[in-house]
Design a protein around this ligand. Structure first.
Ligand code: AMP
Length: 233
């Protein structure tokens, strides 16, 4: 049970800007990862992607990776108890002292409650929950064209962000692949999982008064600009 997990924090957020605990919401493939990276770069805070952490564990063939893969390949969520412990551990690291951008976490109400409890322990809270909105119809097209480098993590799109040489990563030269979790049947399942388990977080953060929404169908730079405008209002 998530409630039984040790979620005590022994670090504090410091620095001039105390408004920098940001979480990214949106369907799989909405572009929240791209935006999270850019926000993190702009404010020099870490970008914490639970999907990336799981993929790194799968690549390194760790026990966590083996467990996570069975869920990820089916388009299902990894159980809360595995994810929460991992994120809480990550947040304790020193580079999070000025805040962070959480990408792909929380994805369920119990995860959101565990995060709140952890932040409350240090008198903190989520400052912004940024919902990147994209209709389901756009998501399938986006994800089935996505090609990923399993070596360095770079992502491309057959139509929208083509690699210079098809099938080869521009960054490190490794082969590009269609990730199992980007395959159409998996995407449809992930969208269902998103609507059932993650969408309730929209209400959850609306009630907390921290939800902000941007139109994720726009060009990436426009989406980024819209987010920054909100964060710097
Ligand atoms: P992402 O790259 O964020 O789309 O995540 C890829 C996959 O990792 C998801 O489809 C889930 O199987 C798993 N995953 C990532 N973050 C979480 C989370 N917070 N809770 C449960 N499963 C997750």
């Amino acid at each position: 049970m998530v409630a039984d997990l040790d979620i005590r924090f022994d670090w504090v957020f410091e620095g001039d800007n105390v408004e920098m605990k940001i979480i990214m919401l949106g369907s799989p493939g909405a572009g929240k990862g791209t935006q999270a990276k850019r926000i993190a770069e702009k404010y020099s805070i870490p970008h914490i992607s639970t999907g990336d952490i799981f993929r790194a564990n799968i690549k390194n063939d760790t026990e966590l990776g083996k467990k996570a893969k069975t869920y990820m390949d089916q388009g299902l969520l990894v159980p809360d108890e595995l994810v929460v412990a991992l994120v809480v551990d990550r947040l304790k690291q020193g580079d999070c002292s000025n805040g962070c951008v959480l990408d792909g976490f929380p994805r369920t109400i119990p995860q959101a409650e565990a995060l709140d409890a952890a932040l409350k322990a240090i008198n903190g809270r989520v400052d912004y929950a940024v919902n990147v909105e994209v209709p389901d119809a756009n998501i399938v097209e986006r994800m089935s064209g996505r090609r990923a480098c399993l070596n360095c993590g770079a992502t491309f799109h057959l139509k929208h962000i083509p690699a210079k040489v098809e099938g080869i990563c521009d960054v490190c030269g490794a082969e590009l692949v269609l990730r199992d979790d980007d395959k159409t049947e998996t995407v449809l399942k992930r969208l269902k999982v998103y609507h059932d388990q993650t969408q309730p977080l929209i209400d959850y953060y609306t009630k907390q008064g921290v939800l902000v929404e941007v139109d994720g169908t726009k060009d990436k730079s426009e989406v980024f600009e819209a987010i920054i405008n909100i964060l710097e209002q």
